[in-house]
Design a protein around this ligand. Structure first.
Ligand code: C5P
Length: 405
């Protein structure tokens, strides 16, 4: 949604990582962006222009002189919503820092007023060279966003810092730069996944939560400028920029949230916390030969209710309600009982909804009675709607008491 219809010039320069630009291009187009690829002469040694043209929204351009428009060197930059260079070689960084306009890409960079992201990729020695670092410092000072390279295997069997950032990190940065910035300076704590409560050394009481909805909320909050801590029971790829607090049981999740919530501006409890846990977990493995064990359960602490009772003025607390009947009535009762600002209710018995799916359909109920229904869509779109509501609540809190929440 954030990228829908946005015009992105994707500059590709001549490094071995140019093949990864193809994946970046595909992801941007899938997200709805209009991608205009520009390759340098060097890049053409590493990736075929047909490949990139086939995946992008327009054919690749490589030269100042190869298209009908008499002034492509300014047109591309002027029309862009964002210029992304991935990979950016040491040569490109130097030319851009010096203001040289030697080819179509450097011309475009000089002619644009849109935000620019560069994703350097080169051998470690080159990356660490003071000339390269000085050029990057110059570009950063001018407002250029830099997606730092990663440590890893490089061309020719070398290993070290200099490998192009993963495509998902690059796309996340594009979303962050182009997205609404309504959560800048806001600390959002999100819990995700189902808790696992030990029966013995190997067995657990668990549930079907995949954690995908919580991770989507974390990714969306990051894209909107928030600082995000994810209290998580699952090992999905961490959204770039999030800080993870891995936990397993309800008690561990409660300890992590009790630690984080006092300084959080927004807490979203997307985790499926077990309601019951075994009273005693056996130290070793319960042997089959000992017969069917009797497992006595006790209630877990209601973490969210505890956070609601301790809620600071200005803090926004969001709960989830997975229901199989009486969706809204049950959600409203939880909202009141747990002192929440918002509750996200989903009917987990409906097809494609909730646990383990990539899609969800929810009704967002706000304290005071407003409801917003979001029909079946991907979990990132649900995350967007939830955070839109969070921002509405924050804005209402500001106008109510005149202070910034
Ligand atoms: O009452 P119910 O368990 O349906 O409420 C669901 C909401 O409460 C979710 O946001 C879930 O993360 C939270 N919860 C909790 N601690 C529990 C049980 C649920 O924080 N022990």
């Amino acid at each position: 949604m954030v990228l829908h219809g946005r015009r992105i010039v994707l500059g590709v320069t001549g490094g071995i990582a140019a093949y990864k630009a193809v994946e970046v291009c595909r992801r941007l187009v899938d997200a709805g962006a209009h991608v205009v690829p520009v390759m340098t002469a060097g890049a053409e040694h590493f990736v075929g222009r047909t490949t990139l043209s086939a995946l992008a929204s327009e054919p690749v351009q490589t030269s100042l002189w190869d298209e009908a428009s008499p002034i492509p060197h300014t047109r591309l930059g002027q029309q862009a919503d964002l210029v992304l260079v991935a990979p950016a070689t040491a040569r490109l960084l130097a030319a851009y820092a010096a203001g040289l306009s030697t080819d179509l890409l450097t011309n475009t960079l000089l002619a644009t007023r849109a935000p620019v992201i560069v994703c350097p990729a080169m051998h470690t020695e080159m990356w660490e060279n003071p000339a390269v670092q000085d050029n990057l410092a110059t570009l950063r000072r001018r407002g250029v966003q830099v997606v730092e390279p990663e440590e890893g295997r490089l061309a020719g069997g070398d290993s070290g810092k200099g490998r192009l950032a993963a495509p998902e990190r690059i796309v996340a940065e594009v979303e962050r730069v182009l997205g609404p910035k309504d959560l800048v300076g806001v600390h959002v704590v999100v819990s995700a996944g189902g808790t696992r409560e030990p029966i013995d050394a190997v067995r657990v009481v668990a549930n079907r939560s995949s954690g995908k909805q919580g991770y989507a909320i974390a990714a969306e909050a990051l894209a909107r400028g928030a600082r995000v801590t994810l209290v998580t029971t699952v090992e999905l790829p961490l959204p770039p920029g999030a800080v993870a607090r891995p936990v397993e049981t309800a008690a561990e999740m409660q300890a992590a949230l009790d630690d984080l919530a006092p300084t959080a501006d927004v807490v979203v409890m997307a985790a499926a916390v077990a309601d019951f846990r075994p009273v005693h977990a056996a130290d070793g493995k319960i042997k089959k030969e000992m017969g069917v064990p009797e497992i006595v359960l006790e209630p877990t602490p209601d973490i969210l209710a505890g956070l609601g009772a301790a809620k600071r003025p200005g803090q926004v607390l969001v709960g989830f309600a997975a229901e199989t009947s009486d969706l809204i009535a049950n959600a409203e009762s939880k909202l009141r009982r747990k002192n929440l600002d918002l509750i996200v209710a989903n009917d987990v018995s409906a097809p494609g909804v909730g646990f383990q799916h990539d899609t969800n359909a929810v009704t967002i109920v706000r304290a005071g009675g407003d409801t917003i229904t979001v029909s079946l869509t991907d979990k990132r779109a649900i995350a967007r709607a939830v955070l839109d509501s969070v921002c509405d609540v924050r804005a209402a809190l500001t106008s109510f008491d005149g202070t910034q929440p």
